[in-house]
Design a protein around this ligand. Structure first.
Ligand SMILES: NCCC[C@H](NC(=O)CCC(=O)O)C(=O)O
Ligand SMILES: NC(=O)OP(=O)(O)O
Length: 324
């Protein structure tokens, strides 16, 4: 693995999940990251991604540096050829090249603006780091995807599933703000690579990008979709068609104990942070069915497995260089 910016960077999902579960047993990996530095840049807030990825780096023996790029460093210009007379003091060309001298892996969180679909889909921040950095780049949630979250989700399902082909439902839920499609996009993508009976349910106007959901059935009747579900992944997202808009705050979609009764005693998942009694009701989050804490715990092992792969790839490339 050279970079981990999208799920397609994983060549063998099953093997990576197995490896993450091995790492969860506490298998020592302190040697591989020794003398290597992970640099993490956050253009947006984070609790889990920041701390679980830092922990993962340290479990591999790495040094870890974190910066809130949105507030602590110079504002970055990403436009090629820009006359830099605005509030942006530094170009990504210098910033990425300089950081590449300090870090062996650069990880970046940069949410979408949700104003201009084309601009968000171009993944300017992440792709500029990829273009101008000379070290591997890891996605800590970008404009269109959250691949570290999706890997943790796949690990969690693999730990909890009781049948080879569980029914998994991705269900939209109301939220007071317009949120990215990154988490549901990556979840939809990774589940299509697992053996599952997968359906998505959301109100009209909230269908995700069809290039991502492909042939996954989209059911606009939530109660029908939830029938016999073994896992329900609850998440809000803003409209893709009416790009970035919040079209509804319909509380009938809040995942409640009543909704849970429609399922096959489903395990309930959410990436967190979750707005209680808006997205998921207290009675569900506080029940045995909720696996959100275990899911967040698995973020460490997802990140550890990914960083380990990248470090191994670097060792392999260096060996090849040495033999040439
Ligand atoms: N990384 C996990 C989720 C991050 C983001 N949620 C949020 O911004 C929630 C903020 C709030 O509830 O105010 C999202 O949905 O992509
Ligand atoms: N799930 C997740 O990415 O959480 P944070 O936004 O807190 O990192």
């Amino acid at each position: 693995m050279k970079n981990y910016t999208e799920l397609s960077d994983i060549e063998d999902l099953q093997q990576l999940v197995t490896e993450a579960l091995e790492l969860k047993k506490g298998t020592s990996t302190l040697e591989i990251g020794k003398g290597k530095t992970l640099g993490m840049l956050f253009f947006n807030p984070s609790l889990r991604t920041r701390l679980s990825t830092e922990k993962a780096g340290k479990l591999l023996g790495m040094d870890v540096m974190v910066m809130n790029a949105g507030s602590d460093s110079w504002k970055l210009e990403f436009e090629d050829g820009a006359v830099m007379d605005s509030d942006k003091a530094e170009h990504i060309k210098e910033a990425a090249a300089v950081l590449s001298q300090y870090c062996d892996i650069i990880a970046v969180r940069a949410f979408p603006d949700l104003k201009d679909k084309e601009k968000d889909e171009a993944e300017t921040v992440l792709n500029s780091f990829k273009k101008y950095a000379s070290v591997p780049v890891v996605n800590l949630e970008s404009a269109t995807g959250h691949p570290l979250q999706a890997l943790a989700d796949a690990i969690t399902i693999s730990e909890l599933k009781k049948k080879d082909k569980p029914k998994i439902v991705l269900s939209w839920a109301p939220h007071p703000k317009a949120l990215p499609q990154s988490v549901p996009n990556s979840f939809a993508e990774i589940i299509q690579n697992l053996d599952a009976d997968f359906v998505i349910t959301n109100p009209e106007g909230y269908d995700l990008n069809p290039e991502i959901t492909k042939n996954v059935p989209v059911i606009h009747d939530q109660n029908e979709a939830l029938k016999d579900a073994d896992f329900v992944y609850v998440k809000n997202w803003s409209s893709y068609d009416n790009y970035g808009q919040k079209l509804s705050e319909d509380r009938k979609w809040t995942f409640s104990a009543e909704k849970l009764k429609l399922t096959n005693n489903a395990k309930v998942m959410h990436c967190l942070p979750v707005r209680r009694n808006m997205v998921i009701a207290d009675e569900v989050l506080d029940s045995e069915n909720s696996v959100v804490i275990q899911q967040a715990g698995n973020r460490t092992f997802a990140a550890q497995a990914v960083l380990k792969r990248i470090l191994e790839e670097k060792v392999k490339a260096k060996d090849l260089e040495g033999n040439a």
